[in-house]
Write a protein that binds this ligand. Structure first.
Ligand SMILES: C[S@@+](CC[C@H](N)C(=O)[O-])C[C@H]1O[C@@H](n2cnc3c(N)ncnc32)[C@H](O)[C@@H]1O
Length: 371
């Protein structure tokens, strides 16, 4: 197989990763802890899901009353439109339903909705989900799903990884609240970084920096290393782990308002690095290779690993730019016109992706002087 075909096959496969109930529960718990009414009276849309077995649908349907939801809508993508083919069989729930249509079962998307106690058992839960075939294939970019997006208050999903940029732009353009899973490396995308810099998007509260486990279609080839990692976390069988996955959101949570405890420059040198901070050859900032060594008393610009975002508090720091970013505007004078790449160098050696930050207090000080 040619290289590009291999890459495409891998990408297609990467679209079929299914989120674990526990990961959803843990993350949602953080928003509820910060604001117990975060979902009250809201319409939640779960696109790019397969409502019959998606843990997102199960979780929100089961907690419909506790969260005080107004409406839950969940949509799936037609089997025939998926790039990665599996030996798909419609579920009994679908085939036993009078509206079952064998062509629509593979050509059309499905929509599940939950609003009231259909079963009459006195509670609203997963047994009250109603479904029908969609007009189209459930593509999130279709007018049909766009309309659902526009009606929703909050959009939550693990979108196909190969379409992450498109998906984030699709949510951001609608100006909705959202919570989606992606890869931490997406932060330097030109569609993502400006939103992070302006505090319009941030990382979620859990899962960051640790390995999130996903189930995959039966028989999917799994890297042995990843299979073993998943198994060590208690997931045996068709499971894998993705080390760089994280949640992206614009829903507020408590972690991002906790300042990162820091040491002074002198203490870091004395008890940690044993040497002064390096500066970049091509940018006026210090290189901070570990987040734990961000000095508390340095007023200039600091280059830190992207894992910093996991600890970022907008009250404590200002984000100024990023290396390896796709946009000239975010690279702070490091932009190479020929390669269109922004690289930070220390002693002529390329440093891995960095985010440039500054302590907020200096800005506050300047502001105070102006007032
Ligand atoms: C990463 S999986 C996650 C599924 C589910 N949200 C979960 O977390 O378990 C993304 C799903 O989106 C589907 N998908 C791919 N392209 C899509 C599109 N253009 N519109 C909607 N869904 C799509 C994939 O087939 C896949 O089932």
């Amino acid at each position: 197989m040619a290289n590009s075909n291999l890459t495409n096959a891998k990408r297609a496969k990467n679209d079929e990763f299914y989120t674990q109930y526990h990961d959803i529960e843990k993350e949602i718990g953080a928003y509820l802890e910060f604001n117990p009414d975060v979902f009250r009276g809201k319409t939640v849309l779960l696109p790019c899901d397969d409502p019959e077995w998606s843990n997102f649908t199960k979780f929100f349907a089961q907690n419909f009353e506790r969260f005080g939801l107004k409406k839950l809508t969940s949509t799936s993508y037609a089997e025939n439109s998926k790039i990665y083919k599996t030996d798909y069989q419609p579920s009994l729930l679908e085939t036993n339903d009078p509206q079952y249509d064998k062509d629509k079962a593979i050509e059309n998307g499905k929509i599940f909705s939950l609003m009231h106690d259909k079963s009459g058992d006195g509670k609203i839960d997963v047994d009250d989900l109603e479904w029908h075939y969609m007009e189209g294939d459930g593509d999130f970019k279709s007018d049909e799903v766009r309309k659902l997006r526009d009606e929703a208050d909050i959009i939550i999903t693990n979108p196909p990884f190969s379409l992450f940029r498109d998906f984030l732009s699709w949510v951001a353009e609608a100006d909705k609240q959202f919570l989606i899973i992606g890869n931490i490396n997406a932060i330097t995308y030109k569609e993502v970084f400006p939103l992070i810099k302006e505090n319009k998007v941030w990382l979620g509260a859990t899962g960051n920096g640790s390995d999130m486990v996903f189930s995959v279609p039966k028989g999917t080839e799994i890297d042995e290393k990843d299979r073993q990692k998943a198994a060590r976390l208690g997931y045996v069988g068709d499971y894998t782990r993705l080390g760089n996955s994280c949640w992206f959101t614009n829903l507020d949570h408590g972690r991002r308002h906790q300042p990162l405890p820091l040491m002074s420059t002198a203490d870091i040198i004395k008890f940690g690095t044993q040497k002064p901070f390096e500066t970049y050859d091509n940018y006026d900032a210090i290189e901070v290779s570990f987040v734990k060594y961000i000095p508390s008393d340095f007023d200039g610009v600091m280059g830190v690993p992207i894992s910093f975002l996991d600890k970022y508090s907008p009250e404590q720091f200002e984000i100024i730019g990023a290396t390896e970013s796709e946009g000239k505007g975010f690279s702070n004078g490091l932009w190479d016109e020929i390669s269109s790449v922004s690289q930070a160098l220390v002693k002529k050696e390329r440093v891995y992706k960095r985010i440039f930050i500054k302590h907020k207090k200096e800005k506050q000080y300047e502001n105070n002087l102006k007032n």
